[in-house]
Design a protein around this ligand. Sequence first.
Ligand code: V47
Ligand code: SF4
Length: 397
Amino acid sequence: MDTASKFKVLLNDPHLSPELKLIAQKVYDNERITFDEGVLLYEKGELAYLGTLANYIREKRHGNNTYFNRNFHIEPTNLCVYDCKFCSYSRLIKQRADGWEYTMDEMMDIVKKYDNEPVTEVHIVGGVLPQYDVAFYSELFTRIKKHRPELHVKALTPVEYHYIFKKAKIDYATGMKLMKEAGLESIPGGGAEIFHPEIREQIAKDKCTADQWLDIHREWHKLGMRSNATMLYGHIEKYWHRVDHMERLRALQDETGGFQTFIPLKFRNQDNQMSHVPEVSVVEDLRNYAIARIYLDNFDHIKAYWAMISRTTAQLSLNFGVDDIDGTLDDTTKIYSMAGAEEQHPAMSTKQLVELIKQVGRHPLERDTLYNVITDYNDFEFKEELKPKFYKLPVIN
Ligand code: V47
Ligand code: SF4
């Protein structure tokens, strides 16, 4: 049965409660759901029901298309002046010897190691330290673009921007303009966590507030630029905090249209100050993807970060609203493996990722950061297995 027929069966299901039927009808009619309806979906929506709604939206927007891009990460440091309770980095500032703090040249060495690799994006994000200031990052972006002009620089979050602009005594609009002039091309979705102060003050005290996070994205969008948004879910927040989070994003997206992708990030509890908080189930992960797809009606893409949730959950997510998988990775991303991600050395070759997508009947497309399609892998013949590479990174003591 195709997705639209499944939807019709659901609309005629005599066992479905009137409230859930009303929401289903709204989705069918392409109408926006309210805050209270979002909470109701979390409280009452069963997996199969949510999957039918989310998959309907997903296939209406993207058919079977499933996007991925080839990027690499630079984490400038794993030390941080902030003390987010969920973060494996925050405790390290007290044991500075266990950390790394890359110099500009060391970061450029990482970029150069990918010179002959078909990557299209560098994703730069890590801890916050005073030596990484406006001048440092401006020079880094400029040097990367000079070295490899076609490499898209997706870097830093409002957490870093708020910190460095405050130190430089410049406002967000001026700061983001300077970053753009230096070579920054988009902003990743990190640092959002949970916006509501009731939760934010407990898990991410002192770093930028929700309004500051949103203001920095707003200023960036005003420059005609794009960014992503995340939500760290499945810890001490209640369902309505998740809806509040998505509501704030949906409102800003109505205003600017600058967000490309929403990435729900599952809280992992290893080696951080919230290790006593249990992790949520895979069913909850899938329900959460589905509700995000339904609630964020003005976001084009919902992305699953496979290294964090396992390959199998990533495959399942493609039936629960997700149309984008991040990504072919090497082992340069430490923040998740340190927090207990499924994959301690997240690495997947393009061929493996393409197979993973095809196994569940979807159509793999390599995209660039702005979702221009680079290669259609549906009928692509791989001549040789491109093995993921493990690069040894310099360790700074
Ligand atoms: O903001 C930290 C999260 C984020 C944990 O934009 C944790 O394309 C779970 O934002 N359990 C940074 N999550 C990563 C990020 C991201 C990732 C992939 C793609 C994109 C994109 C953005 O990592 C942080 C925080 O929410 N994080 N610790 C943890 N224990
Ligand atoms: Fe620092 Fe980010 Fe970790 Fe918070 S989540 S401690 S801001 S690296």
